[in-house]
Design a protein around this ligand. Structure first.
Ligand SMILES: [Zn+2]
Length: 60
């Protein structure tokens, strides 16, 4: 079991078998996160499905 903390609300996030690139959802705040590193286990906001980024590209 790997453990890290939600970058949004700092709740503990446990993943039994993490793989880099997998998506996880924080049980506390519902934020969608992406596993950016398996060892050490770490998650961050996903880069490829960011809604604000999509909005910016529409204005180009
Ligand atoms: Zn959270």
């Amino acid at each position: 079991m790997s453990k890290t903390y939600c970058p949004q609300c700092e709740a503990v996030i446990n993943v039994k078998d993490p793989h880099e690139g997998d998506s996880v959802v924080c049980r506390e705040c519902g934020t969608k996160l992406e596993i950016i590193s398996e060892s050490p286990f770490d998650v961050d906001f996903p880069l490829d499905s960011d809604e604000e980024w999509e909005k910016e590209t529409e204005n180009w």
